[in-house]
Design a protein around this ligand. Structure first.
Ligand code: SF4
Length: 318
């Protein structure tokens, strides 16, 4: 399928999923990492690089709301501060803690205890750093192994969970196919940056690209590249019907951002027809309407407006 600008819809092609990647991958990476580093939800396990502490947080978060995990995590680590302490604890006490804090299946407590014993017996208390080796620990699946390798050792692969799939599907029209998601997620991750990258991309899916997206409210750093932001179609593999959102205004903003990223700066009257086919300088959808739309983007720090040779010129903020 080809859109009005002659772009091929990557989902229709059936070709190499890398074709979905935006041209300037480095700019996409920088935008996301800066957005994340600027401001993000704070969880105590994001402040540590201790593999044991991270493993405990990951196992606890599998079934429990993050707010509740925070209290349990602190208390668990007070009780068993190191992997040696946990390995030496009676299993019934660990299971008792789990039940007492409503942390879901007790088997997770048993597995965690057993994994601690494995680390002590097989690795002398030092966690292995490779995702494959971590996966050998009791109860540790590929996702958890990768999370520990990333957050403790900055040594993981790109995380691909439901949130990440939703983001990639919307932003870059990645086909709903696990291999395609893996390929694109891996190609987007900056080399050797799994700690910050996986945190950032999961934050994007958690606070901006939720099922009902908050593109503008959350200041999504990918708006200028995002296909869904431009088209207004926010469906996704886990969002089969169009979620409610601001409506066409967001779609129009998306088109302004896309036109400016493609053409650089544009005078209002050249920008207008790229946003609405019925743009007419003094019509209902004319300069006043467009200027208001653009002012919103200026307020959001996305665009700049300048007067040049009697024309109003708009460009994306660098
Ligand atoms: S612009 Fe909106 S839809 Fe696109 S990635 Fe950002 S939050 Fe998701």
């Amino acid at each position: 399928m080809t859109d009005a600008d002659g772009d091929v819809d990557a989902r229709e092609g059936g070709g190499d999923p890398r074709d979905c990647l935006p041209e300037d991958v480095a700019a996409v990476q920088d935008a996301l990492v800066s957005w994340y580093e600027d401001d993000h939800r704070s969880f105590p396990w994001r402040e540590t690089e201790d593999a044991y502490e991270i493993l405990v947080s990951e196992v606890m978060s599998q079934q429990t709301q993050l707010g509740r995990v925070e209290t349990a995590w602190h208390e668990f680590l007070e009780e068993w501060p190191t992997v040696h302490d946990l390995a030496g604890a009676p299993r019934s006490e660990v299971v008792g803690f789990w039940t007492g804090h409503s942390l879901g299946y007790n088997n997770r407590a048993r597995y965690l205890h057993e994994a601690a014993q494995q680390v002590v017996e097989e690795y002398d208390g030092d966690f292995p750093e490779e995702p494959d080796e971590l996966e050998e620990l009791m109860g540790v699946g590929p996702y958890t192994a990768n999370a520990v390798a990333s957050f403790a050792f900055n040594n993981g692969n790109a995380v691909v969970d439901t949130n990440v799939k939703r983001v990639l599907y919307r932003a870059f029209s990645v086909p709903d196919d696990d291999d395609a998601f893996e390929t694109v997620a891996g190609a987007l991750m900056p080399d050797g940056e799994s700690r910050v990258w996986n945190n950032a991309v999961m934050e994007l899916g958690g606070v901006a690209c939720e099922k009902t997206p908050k593109c503008d409210e959350a200041g999504c750093p990918w708006r200028r590249w995002c296909d869904a932001y431009e088209s207004g179609d926010f469906t996704a593999p886990d969002v089969p019907t169009q979620p409610e959102f601001e409506g066409s205004r967001r779609q129009m903003r998306g088109r302004v951002v896309k036109a400016l990223s493609k053409h650089g700066e544009l005078p209002l009257d050249k920008l207008g027809p790229r946003v609405r086919v019925d743009y007419a300088p003094s019509g209902e959808y004319g300069r006043d309407w467009l200027r208001e739309l653009v002012e919103d983007l200026v307020d959001d720090g996305l665009a700049d407006v300048a007067e040049r040779d009697g024309e109003t010129v708009v460009e994306l903020r660098a």
